[in-house]
Design a protein around this ligand. Structure first.
Ligand SMILES: [Zn+2]
Ligand SMILES: [Zn+2]
Length: 339
């Protein structure tokens, strides 16, 4: 039986183990992908640390997967071998529960599938995934370029395009890390008057390089007051994982403004008076569907938005993960499979 290498986590808090496994056959409705690259996302810590309820071990993480369709299961008509595809967070759904019947597939209560959590993900030479989870990857993007767009990219792009902001509106991007450096680029290319917000004056050149029209150093200045001087933000997307940093910008929302939360902070203190007096809102956003991923990839090609990446081969998965977890990576960490 032909084998492949995967990087698995065998128990909560355990280290990565590189092991040989048989290459899996795709079941009916599933597709096998020969993985070329897989981004390492902060959410992979849910697997590493065992924080996802009911997670079964051993598990291979990874939901920023790009590779080549290698085999298709029975009944799969929309994909063929040789196509280049991406697999993101959203793996599949039942189609029959009340959430699915309402079109809210991400809220499926019966068979919600998440790549690298419900089934083994992309820290591997091959994976099998439901056909519905696949997005077509344009030829213009290399595997390493496309991989981070399957989670960091789609999350920022989709949050922005569903935020209610219109061309010319003032949009803040809180945080200039893995998510934020993409968020600024997308916001600029979508035609928003874009404000990068981060800690330290040393990030100002980065914000400018990414195309931001303004930069606010939240250590030296009150970010809420600075946003109000610019007219008040229609939208702020909060990419950080620090609730206090999110709380500090809420006062920068203009009338009818929305704070879009995409960073998984532990808690957030909000001012009810601020919300009701200006009809302001706080809203969360998760990534999106495979079709949203495809839109993200196409928009990135169209407008030149690219993730900045550090790459590691699969056999250095431990170092690569630690680099992501250190928060010092500039800006996404991507595993390459060497085939
Ligand atoms: Zn992710
Ligand atoms: Zn369902």
């Amino acid at each position: 039986m032909p084998t492949m290498r995967v990087a698995q986590i065998a128990r909560p808090g355990g280290a990565f183990e590189l092991v040989e496994r048989g290459i899996p056959q795709p079941a009916a409705g599933w597709v096998r992908v020969k993985v070329q690259a897989c981004g390492i996302c902060h959410s992979d810590s849910l697997v590493k640390e065992g924080h996802w309820p009911g997670l079964q071990f051993p598990r291979v993480p990874g939901h920023e997967v790009v590779g080549i369709v290698d085999a298709v299961g029975a009944g799969v008509t929309q994909w063929r071998t040789g196509q280049r595809v991406g697999v993101g967070w959203r793996g599949g759904h039942c189609g029959m529960c009340d959430a699915c019947r309402n079109g809210d597939f991400f809220g499926c209560t019966v068979a919600l599938q998440i790549t690298g959590i419900s089934f083994d993900g992309g820290y591997a030479e091959y994976l099998v995934a439901p056909a519905i989870a696949l997005a077509l990857v344009p030829d213009d993007l290399s595997p390493v370029e496309a991989a981070p767009l399957m989670c960091a990219g789609i999350t920022t792009y989709n949050a922005l395009r569903n935020s209610g902001a219109r061309a010319g509106d003032l949009v803040g991007v809180l945080g200039l890390g893995g998510l934020g450096h993409l968020g600024v680029q997308y916001a600029v290319k979508m035609g928003f008057r874009t404000v990068g917000i981060a800690r330290g004056q040393d990030k100002a050149p980065l914000a400018a390089k990414l195309g931001a029209h303004h930069y606010i150093d939240s250590q030296a200045q009150d970010p809420a007051a600075e946003l109000q001087k610019l007219g008040g933000a229609k939208v702020i997307i909060a990419t950080v994982t620090n609730g206090d940093a999110m709380g500090a910008v809420q006062g920068g929302l203009g009338l009818n403004g929305t704070l879009m939360v995409i960073g998984a902070a532990q808690s957030l203190t909000v001012s009810p008076l601020l919300l009701l007096s200006g009809r302001r809102a706080i809203k969360g956003w998760y990534s999106g569907t495979a079709a949203d991923s495809q839109d993200t990839l196409r928009f990135s090609v169209l407008t030149g938005v690219r993730s900045m990446n550090e790459t590691y081969p699969l056999d250095q998965v431990g170092e690569a993960y630690d680099r992501m977890a250190s928060g010092k990576a500039r800006f996404r960490v991507v595993l390459t499979m060497g085939h």
